[in-house]
Design a protein around this ligand. Structure first.
Ligand code: GCO
Ligand code: MG
Length: 403
């Protein structure tokens, strides 16, 4: 029995907010987990402090599955992003502890290496097609093999995925939600031109991806998928809001452009029909929002039965703790597809010392025991929480829309 002695929540904002859970055992071994939920950070802090930590003290740190079930079933109120982010943080921290006690890097506990490196994609974006093209060229120079391309839309002041700071895109940009405007017609006319230009300039050796960010209806998504077929995207992401899993049947009937979805899902139940009916190609559930490693493995194993591969969400709102854990997960599982990798600023990297490395388009896990990420608490304290919200989105006539 490895008794949990203490658990604490650390909130820090070295440029953006992160919520970290640190679990300490009686033997002095500790583990850390990421509980960041962009724009709703303090709800998870409260959930952890009021409802999780009191139940954790005295439990056996080695009982990872039982602890997961305890918090999932035990709350009675299942699922939801706040609950599942809190459970995720506990789970990550416990896996970190178990691997440290075993004196092994985490991927060894997950079955060892299934590949030599984890292929990642970076984010190229620009105010117009030419600027996006320049950014794609930059990522190619940095060694990336896969690049997501987003561009501003003529006639719209701002849109998802286009930022001023090209390398460190952060969509939560104000202490009250900023407002974007949207026109599906303008968007649908413009995006095929972007990919035509990128294929003419860079050929077909580089993988290209695109994120629609939940803005189309199924028939519009089908039209976009068809229009992009000749440019052979690696994937088209979040075409429609996915509350209706059956939306994907219609999209699937019309296009062979590969589909990715799931960054806002928190359980296997959100993706069950999509996977079982083979309506998607990549599942984007990720470690800090879908219940940690324990639940993510369950989703990946289920997906493997239906030829669905993983493409875990890895935005800047995932702290290095999540990235560290994901790199071990991606290294070990058989049906890995790709990993999103939005870089953190040097300030963030300093607060969260870590040992995963990027080289020639791939991330590599470190070899130290655990997931290989720590938190510098003294430094973290210097950056107090600052409220920061994601934008909202309205149609040009003022109607509230999906962001
Ligand atoms: C992505 C995402 C992000 C989200 C962000 C919200 O594909 O990486 O869509 O950019 O918008 O994680 O917090
Ligand atoms: Mg996305």
């Amino acid at each position: 029995m490895l008794k949990i002695k203490e658990a604490k929540v650390i909130v820090t904002c070295p440029g953006r907010n992160f919520v970290t859970l640190k679990i300490l055992t009686e033997d002095g071994v500790y583990g850390i987990g990421d509980a960041t939920l962009n724009g709703r950070e303090l709800a998870v802090v409260s959930y952890l402090s009021e409802h999780v930590i009191p139940c954790l003290i005295g439990r056996d740190a080695h009982q990872i599955e039982d602890t997961w079930q305890y918090f999932y079933r035990g709350a009675y109120w299942r699922k939801g992003p706040v609950t599942m982010s809190a459970i995720a943080a506990v789970d990550m921290a416990l896996w970190d502890i178990k691997a440290k006690v075993a004196n092994l890097p985490l991927y060894q506990l997950l079955g060892g290496k299934s590949r030599n490196g984890v292929m990642v994609y970076g984010h190229a974006n620009g105010r117009d097609i030419s600027e996006t093209q320049e950014q794609v060229a930059k990522y190619i120079d940095m060694g990336y093999l896969a690049i997501r391309a987003q561009t501003g839309i003529p006639g719209l002041d701002s849109t998802y995925g286009v930022s001023n700071d090209k390398m460190f895109y952060e969509p939560a940009d104000a202490d009250l939600p900023s407002e974007n405007t949207w026109s599906t017609e303008k968007y649908l006319d413009h995006i095929p031109q972007l990919f035509e230009r990128l294929r003419i300039s860079f050929g077909f050796d580089v993988h290209l991806l695109h994120d629609v960010h939940h803005r189309l209806t199924p028939i519009e998504a089908a039209r976009l998928g068809k229009a992009l077929e000749e440019f052979r995207l690696f994937w088209l992401e979040d075409t429609v809001p996915a509350e209706n899993q059956e939306s994907f049947r219609l999209i699937r009937q019309h296009t062979v452009t590969p589909l990715a979805v799931g960054e806002i899902f928190n359980t296997i139940w959100d993706a069950k029909d999509l996977i079982q009916e083979q309506l998607i190609d990549y599942i984007r559930t990720t470690v800090m929002h879908a219940g940690g490693l324990t639940h993510l493995r369950r989703i990946a194993d289920f997906a493997a039965l239906y030829n669905v591969r993983t493409g875990c969400h890895g935005p800047t709102d995932a702290s290095p703790v999540s990235f560290g854990t994901l790199v071990h997960f991606d290294t070990a599982i058989p049906n890995f597809g790709i990993q999103e990798y939005m870089r953190h600023t040097p300030e963030i990297d300093e607060v969260f010392p870590h040992n995963y490395t990027f080289s020639e388009g791939y991330l590599q896990p470190g070899e130290t025991p655990g997931h290989g990420v720590d938190i510098n608490e003294t430094l973290a304290e210097k950056f107090p929480y600052q409220r920061s919200y994601l934008p909202i989105n309205r149609l040009q006539d003022g109607t509230m829309f999906n962001w």
